[in-house]
Design a protein around this ligand. Structure first.
Ligand SMILES: [Ca+2]
Ligand SMILES: [Ca+2]
Length: 181
């Protein structure tokens, strides 16, 4: 059973994946995400990393439409999205397969200077690709990192994303990692 706070965060996530702002998530949103990410990295379409990303996003849409689009209209509505995410969150293995592997991939996409960390600037670029103003990076990012380091490791990001999905503590900094929700 999702809490009210989890539900609000899932609505936020839906708005991040409805990249073209139609009010539903469809194949077009994943295509647009792919375009935004590959152009951020200036990856040529045949670069191996680019192919991995394209494949991952295509599989994500395939799996989402298969499992979430119960009305079979090639669009995932907010209600379908929430019901699907609730199923994923109730199964640790499903969560690891879906969310954790994606987080690992996204970390590499947004670690633009390839130093093994995500810094505030790179976080702003992630927000921007996901339909959120990068101005929020300055506001939310410091709370996500250990003050003296000022950047995130892959393991830290995986933990934050986990808390974003699961935490029901109002003060958890992961709640606002993508800006207001
Ligand atoms: Ca859409
Ligand atoms: Ca970096």
């Amino acid at each position: 059973m999702l809490t009210e706070m989890q539900r609000r965060k899932l609505i936020k996530l839906f708005s991040m994946y409805d990249t073209n702002n139609t009010g539903w998530v469809s194949r077009d949103d994943f295509d647009l995400l792919f375009k935004k990410m590959s152009s951020l990295r200036n990856w040529s379409v045949r670069a191996p990393k680019c192919l991995v990303l394209q494949d991952k996003l295509a599989r994500m849409w395939k799996s989402l439409s298969k499992q979430a689009d119960l009305s079979r209209n090639k669009q995932v509505s907010l209600d379908e999205w929430i019901a699907y995410k609730e199923t994923v969150l109730s199964n640790e293995q499903a969560y690891a397969d879906e969310v954790q592997s994606l987080t690992e991939l996204l970390f590499d996409v947004f670690d633009k200077n390839e130093d093994g960390y995500i810094n505030e600037d790179e976080w702003g670029q992630l927000l921007s690709v996901y339909n959120i103003s990068p101005i929020y990076a300055a506001e939310v990012f410091p709370a996500l990192t250990k003050a003296e380091e000022g950047h995130l490791t892959k393991e830290e990001l995986i933990k934050l994303v986990y808390d974003f999905y699961y935490s029901d503590e109002p003060d958890n900094p992961a709640n606002t990692m993508f800006g207001p929700y």
